[in-house]
Design a protein around this ligand. Sequence first.
Ligand SMILES: Cc1ncc(COP(=O)(O)O)c(C=O)c1O
Length: 407
Amino acid sequence: MNEPMSTLSSAAVQLPIASRMDGLRGEGAFEVLASARALERKGRQILHLEIGEPDFPTAPHIVEAGVRALQNGETKYGPAGGILELRVAIANHLASHGINAAPDDVIVTPGSKPILLYCALALLENGDEALIPDPAYPIYDSAVRFAGATPITYRLDSSTGFAPDVDAISASITSRTRVLVLNTPQNPTGGVIDEGRLNALAQLAEANDLIVIVDEIYRPFNYGASQPPSILTISGMRERCILVDGFSKAYAMTGWRLGYGLVPTPLASRFALLALNDHACVPAFVQRAGIAALTGTQEPLHSMINEFAARRALMADRLAAIPGVRIDAPAGAFYAFPNVSDAIQAAGITSAQLATKLLQEYGVALLPGTAFGAAGEGYLRLSFATGRADLDKALTLVHECFRSLSS
Ligand SMILES: Cc1ncc(COP(=O)(O)O)c(C=O)c1O
């Protein structure tokens, strides 16, 4: 099919693009997905291990609730912060994890991403500093820069299972530090922050008067014997934390765009104003689907977690068998983050060049660790939110590629 061509002349108008736009960054996952789709349009077969999107369909009872809402005429504007029934369902859900959440402090957004942007816009002045992990989900850096503030990275290292080094974070705090961003379970490393570290981080936040933005969107995907509690359950932290969470991962609802923030009470009306200015409200049928997700059977979530646990083991075993690759099975989320530095150093290439080679020559789409920050050099991220048959084929091809590097 021919794609329509633009008929606009690019030379005609000098657009006055605001300098803050230079702060915005893209997402490697979407960029690689676009390159993979372009190859597919040319007839190539691509195995998709790049995007963090469960391959499971949204459960039927959730879809039905959305369809029913549309049929019942729920097609109008609604409250900016979300309909009360969903905010109540979210508050109850969080209470079941020990988090004290009043429905009025919940802001419902189209996906959880807007909450990250709202945090940056509402909390950071020009020149303020925000502590963010490296490697990390790239939107933290982008949102902070867009707000005119400076991201200060703290390194996540495989020696601690990619959990933050509290002393190193403490040493990075200056008089301009306002915000500490935590993500647990973490994208891309799968690291989970244990209870001891959460307590130490809470003390650090209190001592330095920091607001903690904690992204727990991968909470259900935890493969350890027990789930560490949320930092919001620690005394005094609910008032200084913003919880970022959503339906994309747990309920396989990426395309519905449904997420939320739990904010300290004084921020709730500010975040609702940001939502009002930004998108007015999340469509009511999407919110009804969200209520069904939280209050209906959790069986689809549990079977997805069991399947991901099996894939995690498969992934870790197969990657560990490749010479030049080091991997510990991830503690959480649904990504393998193998260290490939021995192999790429021997071959004289970077992890980005290796990822490109895997896509172009082997048809395997995955991400270089550097898509998540400079500390990701020497790593690859492979999503196991992809069916086992495809994972199996992809891992055979990855092995072949590494063999070709060393020959
Ligand atoms: C750590 C993390 N936070 C937030 C998001 C945003 O997800 P959504 O906007 O679909 O809720 C993602 C998506 O990949 C993520 O990995």
